[in-house]
Design a protein around this ligand. Structure first.
Ligand code: NDP
Length: 338
């Protein structure tokens, strides 16, 4: 059983060498009397929150740390090979938390969702049909309280979550601008995802001035994925009754001392709302989301771009690449295709 193990706790930017790929043995059978599920992992999802799990456990986090010497874990798409659980049987396809390894014995079966729709790429259950999709759905529709015609700004806009938020906002009739870290990503936002405008934040010396250029009347909704200087710039450009959905702050995850945000007084001056959320609190709405998004995919109203890394060995590089913006779209690792 090939596995990706955490070598030791990480400080600062994660490196490929913080993980090892090793082979160990596993019995391809659920132990007698156990309610666990034995799966073959097909697609693994690289997600920014996994960085928090590489910290020494004393650093506060909403989810536990990985164990040095043990395989890391994350969302994935898997096929059931053996099951001691009445809800799962051999041959079922599932998505949920699994190990970064070829085969996993999953005991936390409450985090598994059964896959019923297989007329879409299975890898989509790491992205648009999985956790990042639910994040875009809950964050945009529930936290942003969006209305037709509003001015929407999305950061890390070409990524797993951002590309969907922008498309959902366009479908609602909003004016949408995205920021991303390369020319190719900016082109993707404008030409593939239908954003009204997009810019490369790395080429802007004054982010506040850049936002003023695209939002002369200010921003109604900011879908926050990056934090730091971008958040400050948005606060300076908020409209009255603006809303900020704090989905994540990837620019801060590798800093030992997070950057200060100086413009928070905009929240009362503009009578604005800033609200954080964690997607697992919305998983009870997953079937509602599928009802909305599956037709969108089939009718071509929403498109989804993935960045596919082949083989478990490519996992560590793919994962750390999230923090340098190497990924173009949703970063997926293929372990096996069936
Ligand atoms: P992405 O697919 O967007 O990948 C991460 C991207 O972040 C990179 O490609 C890079 O794009 C950008 N980035 C990396 N470092 C920086 C930096 N220092 N400053 C600005 N941008 C940076 O990831 P996801 O779509 O999966 O996640 C987006 C955000 O959503 C993250 O903050 C994540 O933690 C959060 N999240 C929150 C959830 C929740 O429940 N609240 C659930 C899922 C995700 P670029 O080239 O544009 O810089």
């Amino acid at each position: 059983n090939k596995q990706v193990l955490l070598r030791d706790y990480v400080t600062g930017f994660p490196k490929e060498s913080d993980m090892d790929v090793k082979t160990s043995s596993i019995k391809l059978k659920v132990p007698d009397g156990s309610k666990a599920v034995l799966v073959k992992n097909l697609y693994l999802s690289c997600d920014p929150y996994m960085r928090g799990r590489m910290n020494r456990p004393i650093i506060a986090s909403y989810i536990g740390s990985f164990q040095p010497g043990s395989p890391i874990a994350g969302y994935g798409v898997s096929k059931v090979l053996d099951s001691g659980h009445p809800d799962f049987k051999k041959g079922d396809l599932v998505w949920g938390i699994t190990g970064w390894e070829e085969y996993s014995l999953i005991t936390a079966t409450e985090s598994l969702f059964k896959i019923h729709n297989t007329d879409v790429p299975l890898s989509y259950y790491t992205g648009i049909l999985g956790m990042p999709g639910m994040t875009a759905y809950a964050g945009f529709y529930e936290i942003c309280s969006p209305k037709k015609g509003e001015y929407v700004f999305v950061s890390a806009a070409s990524g797993a979550v951002g590309q969907l938020v922008g498309q959902f906002a366009k479908l609602l009739g909003c004016y949408v601008v995205g920021s991303a870290g390369s020319k190719d990503k900016v082109d993707l936002l404008k030409n593939k995802f239908g954003f009204d405008e997009a810019f490369n934040y790395k080429e802007e010396s004054d982010l506040g001035a850049a936002l003023k250029r695209y939002f002369p009347e200010g921003i109604d909704i900011y879908f926050e994925n990056v934090g730091g200087k971008m958040l400050d710039a948005v606060l300076q450009n908020l409209r009255v009754h603006g809303r900020i959905a704090v989905c994540g702050m990837i620019s801060q995850y590798n800093l030992e001392r997070p950057e200060g945000v100086h413009s928070l007084s905009a929240l009362f001056l503009k009578q604005a709302r800033m609200e954080g959320f964690l997607v697992p609190s919305f998983y009870h709405k997953y079937s509602n989301y599928l009802e909305l998004v599956l037709p969108y995919i089939k009718e071509g109203k929403v498109t989804y771009v993935e960045d596919i890394a082949e083989g478990l060995e490519s996992g560590p590089a793919a994962l750390v690449g999230l923090f340098t913006g190497r990924n173009v779209g949703k970063q997926v690792v293929v372990v096996a295709r069936e």
